[in-house]
Design a protein around this ligand. Sequence first.
Ligand code: ATP
Length: 243
Amino acid sequence: MNAVLTAEGLKKSFGAVTAAANISLAFDANTVVSLIGANGAGKTTFLNMVTGYLKPDSGRIMFDRRNIVGLSPRQITKLGVSRSFQVPQLFQTLNVRDNLLIAESIAGAKDPQAATDAALARFALEPYGHQQAGLLPEGIRKLLDVAMALSSRSKLLLLDEPTSSVSADEKFAIMDVVMGAARAAGVTVIFVEHDMDIVARFAGRVVAFYDGGIIADGTPDTVLRADSVRRYVIGDEVPHAAA
Ligand SMILES: Nc1ncnc2c1ncn2[C@@H]1O[C@H](COP(=O)(O)OP(=O)(O)OP(=O)(O)O)[C@@H](O)[C@H]1O
């Protein structure tokens, strides 16, 4: 398979805290991968290193066969790495259409108006086009945030808790739209998620973080059943094997 992104021996510490302890991971094109782990396990640190918000203490990050360590977030975005945040980064006082128009213009769309129309359709946001972003329901705000991140240049889409603060009955519908749009755009998706039902339904592969390291990596079925994941990520009471 063709790796879009490869992390090699990433290390990052904050004082005595090891947020990345020699992380090596490869992500194949057109796959959907979920990063799971308890609070503080190192998931966001990984996303921050890939997107240039944090520089690893050591290691390489190869994107499109180029080491992107040391590039700025803006340069990395231009190469095709898009990101949405836990808290949507929107222009609150502008309407949905104008938010998208700005995002498409910044991303360098040849025809920002046409690109905005396409994004509205792809994310089922047409009924909200003239509504003010700051007044939207949380699920729609999340959709808008992802729609703004996903430009025509995107090859890799990183989502930090796409369903956090979305009501339980809306989560699946929101993810259906996001994943449908990502598939249509042909991008690889890496998403951080705490809701294991969402992980099981939408990820083809799951990587479990614990204490800055990786404790499991594989299909949702295998990873979500692993004792270490049940104990350290899901919080089940798993009896320790007899010594
Ligand atoms: N800028 C920073 N300065 C100091 N410590 C940090 C910084 N960023 C992260 N950390 C620490 O690194 C560790 C990993 O944090 P990280 O945010 O990557 O975890 P996470 O798995 O994303 O958690 P969550 O699910 O809560 O978002 C934590 O102990 C955190 O406190």
